[in-house]
Design a protein around this ligand. Structure first.
Ligand code: UGA
Length: 427
């Protein structure tokens, strides 16, 4: 059992904290946001994540996890401190490390007892950041530290499950003793563990997300080509996935990728590469392709309905994917804005993300059910892959919509069962 602290209680920090506590460590959590601290301490997670509420309450009751109100209280008992603060994109696509800097500074200030601690960066940071941003702050403060990097591979919606049962662990360490300390944290993990240096561990995270984003963009482009060449993507996908070097996963085409990670991480890598004289043409193309992919869904509507001015269009799924309330970079945003610009009346529904979405695009009428969204609609775009949406039947569309024009932007419905529906999907 290790005493560890987690600084930053967003989805990554809180899910990691709860998972470490569930696996037997004693964990303390801290966040500069008092509201977020209060919610976590009460067992009310400030975001939706499958299973987190029950697991959080369990570790709070068992006193394996507690939330403290000051950085001093977070640092004092800890031998390992995890940095889980956000590293958002700046306007120009580069990584904003200001949160990481200020969190490291306040850790250094709270660390007055001369004890040696291991500081581990879990935030997604560009290669070199831990050495060039975190290290100098701790050195300047004269703290006796070790440094580690432990990128997260948590899918939103499945973050707790992924943290409890990782399929790989990547540990960057500044030396063999740090590697040993970090490995001992993950004794519970029945998966390969890669121990490497700090910079490489940071790079693995970007490499992984960039490759997965490229896979999705490739699937989107291939599906567009299948449409142009009149070939079924389903069969091509099957054949493609049979090659073990490729595998069928993450090749579901649709309206493009969104979320807090893929767009931001690919942009940050491109921007960092450019600043150092590299020309990441492929990744730039991935971003460019993703920017326009959603337009295919709108083109299908126009093919069926002609001018969209005055037409009522429903968007099902407002978050960037199903099983999350996160609207960051959701494709529902460009879809809604483009439909509004064309004069359409846009109605949206999402099991969780409705309120957040209407704050950003108040012109969209957000309703409380699929039925309400579909009622009287001339067309609908399925943007989110919520399991409930995949159970929709032809009858649901035909009996409620004014004209049953359906664009499945996430490939979750079976076209063979869509009798009576003017059904489209990319590929
Ligand atoms: C992603 C990675 O999958 C995680 O491994 C990683 O830890 C995380 O980013 C992160 O960096 O924190 P996440 O953003 O939760 O996780 O979402 P994904 O499930 O990967 O989906 C990303 C986007 O790609 C979604 O908009 C999804 O709809 C789209 N997608 C995914 C497709 O269009 N097709 C696919 O085949 C797969």
């Amino acid at each position: 059992m290790t005493n560890l602290s987690v600084v930053g209680l967003g989805p990554v920090g809180l899910c990691s904290a709860v998972a470490f506590a569930t696996q037997g460590h004693r964990v303390i959590g801290f966040d500069i946001d008092a509201k977020r601290r209060g919610q976590a301490a009460q067992g009310e997670p400030p975001f939706y994540e499958k299973g987190i509420e029950t697991a959080l309450r369990k570790v709070l009751r068992a006193k394996r996890f507690s939330v403290v109100d000051t950085m001093d209280a977070a640092i004092e008992p800890a031998t390992i401190v995890f940095l889980c603060v956000g590293t958002p994109s700046r306007e120009d696509g580069s990584m904003d490390d200001s949160g990481l800097r200020s969190a490291t500074k306040s850790i250094a200030e709270a660390w007055r007892d001369g004890k040696r601690r291991t500081v581990v960066v879990k935030s997604t940071v560009l290669p070199g950041t831990t050495d060039h941003v975190v290290r100098p702050i701790l050195e300047a403060a004269g703290r006796p530290f070790r440094l580690g990097v432990n990128p997260e591979f948590l899918r939103e919606g499945r973050a707790l499950e992924d943290a409890l049962r990782p399929d790989r662990v990547v540990l960057g360490a500044d030396g063999p003793e740090t590697a040993r300390i970090l490995k001992s944290l993950y004794r519970f993990a029945k998966c390969p563990i890669l121990a490497t240096d700090l910079k490489t561990a940071e790079a693995v995270k970007y490499a992984t997300n960039s490759f997965l984003a490229t896979k999705v963009a490739f699937a989107d482009e291939l599906a567009n080509l299948c449409d142009a060449l009149d070939v079924s993507y389903d069969e091509v996908h099957k054949g493609l996935g049979l090659d073990p070097r490729i595998n069928p996963r993450f090749l579901v085409p649709g309206v493009g990728f969104g979320g807090s990670c893929f767009p931001k991480d690919v942009r940050a890598l491109v921007s960092a590469g450019r600043r150092r004289g590299a020309e990441p043409r492929l990744l730039e193309a991935v971003l460019a392709q993703n920017e326009v992919q959603y337009q295919r869904a709108i083109a299908f509507l126009e093919e069926e309905l002609g001018d969209l001015n005055g037409k009522r269009i429903a968007i099902l799924g407002l978050a960037f994917k199903g099983d999350t309330d996160d609207i960051r970079e959701t494709r529902a945003l460009p879809i809604a804005r483009s439909l509004l610009a064309k004069g359409a009346l846009v109605v949206g529904y999402d099991p969780l993300a409705g309120p957040a979405f209407s704050q950003v695009v108040p012109e969209v009428k957000v309703v409380d059910s699929v039925k309400e969204a579909l009622a009287g609609a001339d067309g609908t775009i399925l943007q989110g892959d919520w399991p409930a949406f995949s159970r929709l039947t032809a009858k649901d569309f035909v009996t409620t919509m004014a004209t049953p024009v359906v664009v499945d932007g996430r490939r979750i419905l079976d076209p063979k069962k869509m009798r009576g529906v003017r059904f489209h999907r990319i590929g």
